[in-house]
Write a protein that binds this ligand. Structure first.
Ligand code: SF4
Length: 165
């Protein structure tokens, strides 16, 4: 960011600004849903409903990769889809994260013996959080987001500690 050029990387102003942006990032995770099978219907759609109320965490569905922070891959990815999945990921701005939801997205799940199935989306995009289950419960997704928030917080701490030397 440009502020470090003006104030220097170790200035209080720069560090406070970094911490503030980080807090905003953690509490405003807009997700792009790459929902392609039953996980998206059974787990993710109910996760987005009023019962689980993800909004209170600042977690919202966003229908465009250009304004999304997190990609949720929910379902069985086949090799034909790999290109479009990667393209959507590339269109997301940095910093960005990926959640692999369910057995299929994580490993191919019950379809892993089919030759057209990708055996885990980490073959296509870097995955930050894995959510087990077939399908995972909405509570599991809630926990995944909480883990992601912790991860973002930890990385910010490491980054600032490295700057302090
Ligand atoms: S993990 Fe289970 S529920 Fe999810 S997409 Fe695969 S088969 Fe469907």
């Amino acid at each position: 960011m440009a502020l470090d050029r003006v104030t220097g990387e170790n200035s209080v102003l720069f560090i406070r600004a970094e911490q503030l942006f980080d807090l905003a990032r953690r509490n405003s995770l807009w997700y792009l849903s790459y929902g392609i099978a039953c996980c998206a219907v059974e787990g993710l759609m109910s996760a987005g409903g009023p019962r689980f109320d993800y909004d209170r965490f600042g977690i919202f569905h966003r229908g465009t990769p250009r304004q999304a922070d997190v990609m949720i891959v929910a379902g069985t990815v086949n090799k034909k889809m790999a290109h479009s999945l990667r393209k959507l990921y590339d269109q997301m701005p940095e910093p960005k994260w990926v959640i692999a939801m369910g057995a299929c997205a994580s490993t191919g799940g019950p379809f892993r013996e089919y030759p057209n199935v990708v055996l885990g989306v980490d073959k296509i995009v870097p995955v930050d959080i894995w959510v087990p289950g077939c399908p995972p419960r909405p509570e599991s997704m809630q926990y995944a987001f909480m883990q992601l928030q912790e991860k973002i917080k930890a990385r910010a701490g490491e980054r600032l500690a490295a700057r302090h030397g």
